[in-house]
Unconditional design. Structure first.
Length: 144
């Protein structure tokens, strides 16, 4: 069970779990390749990158945005959806070409939640903005 699933409050449901872009795996593979070519010098950075990637969770529920990372110690950034003021997407030219970027969520009276290396950051923004939206219930009047 993931941290996000463990931390759900009553009436809260996971709407979306966000994944890092595949380029994170490519960087990881480069680290391991350099480690093999240089007799293991790059092995420690490669393992650290892999652990960082493996132990990071980010997602949105119907009540909040959650970003958790950490291997031995855990750090979480959480923001209630009703406290979000803006969502900014940062993409360089490489990010635009390959479809990844950084999503910065700014809230009232709190620090920013910064999620880097996100695949399809526009979709992430849309999912966060529509997470607390529920389809209106259609009520049919019964006339007697």
């Amino acid at each position: 069970m993931t941290y996000i699933e463990q931390s759900l409050s009553r009436g809260e449901a996971v709407k979306e779990i966000f994944k890092h872009h595949w380029i994170v795996k490519a960087v990881l593979m480069l680290h391991f390749t350099f480690a093999l070519l240089t007799a293991g010098i790059w092995l420690i950075p490669a393992v650290l990158v892999w652990l960082s990637w493996k132990f990071t969770e980010q997602g949105v529920t119907n009540k909040r945005v959650i970003y958790k990372h950490g291997i031995i110690s855990r750090k979480t950034d959480e923001m209630r959806l009703n406290a979000i003021e803006s969502i900014v997407i940062k993409q360089g030219i490489i990010g635009r070409i390959f479809g990844f970027g950084t999503v910065v969520i700014t809230g009232r009276g709190a620090g920013d939640v910064v999620i880097k290396w996100m695949a399809d950051p526009m979709r992430v923004k849309r999912e966060i903005e529509s997470a607390d939206y529920e389809e209106p219930v259609q009520v049919q009047a019964v006339l007697a």
